[in-house]
Design a protein around this ligand. Structure first.
Ligand SMILES: [Zn+2]
Length: 313
């Protein structure tokens, strides 16, 4: 048994994963990624590291007493090296040697990896990349994580993180991103920005997924809402079309919070990318689908850290 930990922009998931990639036990805790997320069990951002460590270490020790745990893998929403979170802009964390801290506290071998790369590994082994040689994984959540699958391997450069799409510019002088630049793909395409935009435009105070989703479903004929959904889809399509142009994938797998809104957003996105009037992309033979493992991909993929060869090995 291994423990997989998925540190998301809005919550942490920790799970015990079997040899067959099945989560047999799991716990989750919500954290604050902005002060608008309403959750009674949220962690204040200023205490994030302390609370995060406490939750992770407590649960590793708890699971280690119940199961025979071999190692721990952590999926991180940001740039990492082999032991350290170099930068996770949506969590406000820099140069944080989390794996060393966890290893010291629990005595278990601990590794970290970018969360989208973890999810892509999981989809490669158990999910929707199994049948394809080349693909892209996009984790559309608090930000936009990404990974490239090339010849059935997740691309990873040797000494730099690489193959991440979040901060490519899709709009000159655009809106300010958490990374400090303007016009980034994730500043327009993340599901968090979409939710915030809808909430601001329509005066919604509760950003809970269920609440936003109900509002969207009940007002799909509202012309202003149609306009904002279309605007979001166009921006997402521009970013994805740029990636199609570069990587020529056979399949694009979409994960993250986007999955919760897929009944509203997936078909318009497919239409825009594959048949859109804007013609950002000329190929119509690309398969766009949702992550098979859903929100569990990060936890499962974190335990595959050293199992699937990466491109540079
Ligand atoms: Zn950015």
């Amino acid at each position: 048994m291994k423990i997989g930990i998925d540190i998301g922009g809005s919550h942490i998931g920790i799970g015990v994963v079997s040899e067959k990639g099945i989560i047999i036990d799991k716990k989750e805790k919500y954290i604050v990624s902005d002060n608008k997320i309403v959750d009674p069990d949220k962690i204040k951002k200023e205490n994030l590291k302390i609370e995060m460590e406490k939750f992770i270490i407590e649960n590793i020790n708890y699971y280690n007493n119940l199961y025979n745990i071999e190692s721990v893998g952590i999926a991180v929403p940001g740039t990492v090296n082999k032991t350290t979170i170099i930068k996770a802009v949506n969590l406000g964390i820099e140069n944080y040697n989390i794996s060393e801290i966890i290893k010291k506290a629990t005595g278990l071998k601990t590794s970290i990896k970018n969360d989208a790369k973890c999810s892509a590994l999981a989809e490669l082994k158990y999910g929707n990349f199994k049948e394809f040689d080349n693909g892209l994984f996009l984790c559309i959540g608090t930000g936009i994580g990404g990974a490239v699958i090339y010849n059935q391997k997740v691309l990873e450069a040797k000494n730099v993180p690489g193959y991440e799409f979040s901060h490519m510019i899709i709009q000159k002088n655009g809106i300010l991103c958490n990374c400090g630049k303007r016009g980034c793909f994730e500043a327009y395409g993340s599901i968090k920005r979409f939710k915030e935009k809808i909430a601001t435009e329509f005066g919604l105070t509760n950003l809970d997924n269920q609440n936003i989703k109900e509002f969207l479903i009940n007002n799909l004929n509202d012309f202003r809402l149609k306009y904002f959904i279309n605007q979001y889809i166009e921006n997402l399509a521009i970013g994805i079309s740029n990636l199609i142009n570069i990587f020529e994938p056979e399949v694009i797998v979409l994960g993250g919070g986007f999955v919760d809104y897929s009944e509203i957003l997936l078909e318009p996105l497919k239409k825009q990318i594959l048949t859109g009037n804007l013609l950002f992309n000329k190929r119509n033979d690309i398969i766009l689908e949702l992550a098979k493992l859903g929100s569990d991909a990060g936890i499962i993929g974190a335990t595959l850290n050293d199992k699937i060869p990466i491109f540079n090995k």
